[in-house]
Write a protein that binds this ligand. Structure first.
Ligand SMILES: Cc1cc2nc3c(=O)[nH]c(=O)nc-3n(C[C@H](O)[C@H](O)[C@H](O)COP(=O)(O)OP(=O)(O)OC[C@H]3O[C@@H](n4cnc5c(N)ncnc54)[C@H](O)[C@@H]3O)c2cc1C
Length: 496
């Protein structure tokens, strides 16, 4: 059985790893991985500069989604996993040039603690009163049409909560826009809570109580089994790799058959044949039993349009945002006292170019040499695509000026030079789950189900983060091996 993988980002790599594992275990599977660029990893790219781990793309993954850590352990990287420094976890929102910490008790955009919410400088008195009245909202009937995250949050907590909370958080995660993103896809838990409880605060408190109860029961069971009352350590929110996300890319690449990996080889055409697929890459046509398309959906749309025009259009219609990351490494002693915490988010209403900034030296310990401060700024997003054409110098100058203004330290802008600077542009890299995404996914699944041997994987479908991309990539590979030759397949053809 021959399988082609198109795209060597983390989704395509996870698929290739799964196929390689099967091949090594004696399965008759053969695979080829085609990557348009000269390197593997897609958005994952890190470097070590003077002892500092600098991430050009993602810096970590959510610990609660197990697929990424599981893969790292399988690859022998278990000892390289590092937890985020949650003891210092604090995130600020920029409000009129000042850093205001997110109030304690905020869970997925929902305030759950009275006193911190009442005392925070993040919201005006009228928003706080609205948050109190939110407790009285009745359950919303189910089967409502999808709506934007902004509409959902506004209905419960008012426009200020959209501007100062939902929008900056989502542009920090998705490079997205709360008025475009699908509430049902991005915040399914809140949509469910609203139909069950009405008030999201009451729903969140109930969910929290249940979780605590479950944790207590588990602890009691563990205690009963071991006779010890030691509590298992709480998990960190984020997990990174000591040497950067590139370690994951390199570890997968080292497992793959080098002859199966084709870099700088974009796939230019795909054709469906009577008994399989034909793919043109690097000027050669070859036949395959199955194809895993792990390129961004816009590229998948171009390739699959000639095979199925409607599928091509649906894929091409999934919006993407672009972003820019800028790493600045400083000698901490030259900057003087800096704020604690993981970093800050900038609401669009502040009228700044920066969307967010991570204090890298605080988020993960041991990845930055002592005495160095690393700032990782994010720019771009759905609202500022044009920025991609600016020069590196212009972008760095903007970040230094805005850092100076926000942190109240002119030295960023003027007297102190960063020891190293890295600018990375990520063009159309982040899929946006727009309102109606789930309906679009059903239509895509139905079309894919008519094309035996075809699988889709990547961040456009069922999860934007690294763990979801890994899960989808591995699942696509397993499905390809299980069903490559079946003529009729279920909707699970596209994992989700
Ligand atoms: C700046 C940034 C920060 C992020 N931060 C985080 C984070 O902290 N945590 C987290 O979990 N996620 C984060 N993400 C999201 C996550 O990194 C991505 O969603 C994920 O890496 C996407 O993987 P992918 O394989 O789907 O796509 P990609 O990484 O985009 O890979 C697709 C590959 O397909 C190739 N390709 C395209 N067309 C063709 C063709 N015709 N033939 C052959 N190859 C082709 C491309 O060159 C590319 O290498 C971040 C993303 C970005 C951009």
């Amino acid at each position: 059985m021959r399988i082609a993988i198109i795209g060597g980002g983390i989704a395509g790599l996870a698929a290739a790893y799964e196929l390689e594992k099967a091949r090594a275990a004696g399965s008759d599977v053969e695979y080829k991985l085609f990557e348009a660029r000269e390197r593997l990893g897609g958005s994952l790219a890190s470097e070590i500069v003077n002892g500092a781990v600098l991430e050009r793309g993602p810096d970590s993954f959510l610990t609660e989604k197990p697929a990424a850590a599981e893969l790292c352990r399988e690859l022998g990287l278990g000892a390289e996993l590092v937890p985020s420094n949650d003891a210092a976890r604090k995130t600020y929102i920029v409000v009129r040039n000042r850093l205001v910490p997110l109030p304690d008790g905020l869970m997925f955009l929902v305030p759950t603690k009275l006193i911190p919410t009442a005392l925070t400088r993040l919201f005006s008195l009228s928003t706080k009163m609205r948050m109190g009245l939110e407790l009285l909202l009745p359950p919303r009937p189910t089967n409502q049409p999808d709506e934007s995250v902004a509409t959902l949050v506004e209905r419960h907590f008012g426009q200020e909560a959209v501007d100062r909370l939902a929008d900056p958080l989502l542009s920090g995660i998705y490079g997205g826009d709360a008025s475009q993103l699908s509430a049902r896809t991005v915040l399914p838990g809140l949509v469910k809570m609203e139909s069950e409880h009405g008030s999201l605060t009451r729903g969140m408190l109930a969910a929290h109580r249940q979780m605590r109860l479950k944790a207590r029961n588990t602890q009691q069971k563990e205690k009963g089994a071991t006779g010890s009352s030691a509590r298992s350590a709480p998990r960190s929110i984020f997990t990174a790799l000591r040497g950067g996300m590139q370690q994951l890319v390199d570890a997968i690449q080292a497992r793959l058959d080098p002859a199966a990996v084709h870099l700088s080889t974009p796939v230019s055409r795909i054709e469906k044949t009577e008994d399989g697929w034909k793919i043109e890459a690097g000027g050669n046509w070859e036949r395959y039993d199955g194809v895993i398309v792990a390129s961004p959906a816009w590229a998948a749309g171009v390739l699959l349009g000639p095979v199925d025009q409607v599928l091509g259009e649906e894929l091409a219609a999934i919006p993407y945002s672009s972003s820019i990351t800028i790493n600045l490494v400083y000698d901490e002693a030259q900057l003087g006292a800096l704020p604690d915490g993981f970093g800050f988010l900038v609401p669009a209403k502040e009228g700044r170019t920066m969307l967010a900034c991570t204090f890298v030296h605080r988020k993960f310990l041991g990845r930055t040499p002592t005495g160095k401060a690393v700032f990782r700024a994010f720019l771009g997003g759905m609202k500022n695509e044009a920025l991609l054409t600016s020069t590196d110098e212009a972008l760095v100058a903007i970040v230094r000026r805005e850092l100076g203004e926000i942190l109240g330290k002119e030295i960023f802008d003027r007297s102190v030079e960063p020891e190293s600077v890295q600018v990375s542009r990520w063009r159309r890299a982040m899929a946006q789950y727009a309102v109606g995404h789930q309906e679009r996914m059903l239509r895509i699944k139905a079309r894919v189900a008519e094309l035996p041997g075809l699988r889709l994987a990547g961040n456009a479908y069922d999860g934007i983060g690294i763990p979801d991309c890994i899960r989808l990539g591995r699942q696509a590979a397993r499905d390809s091996m299980a069903k490559a030759n079946q003529v009729s397949e279920s909707a699970s053809q596209l994992v989700g």
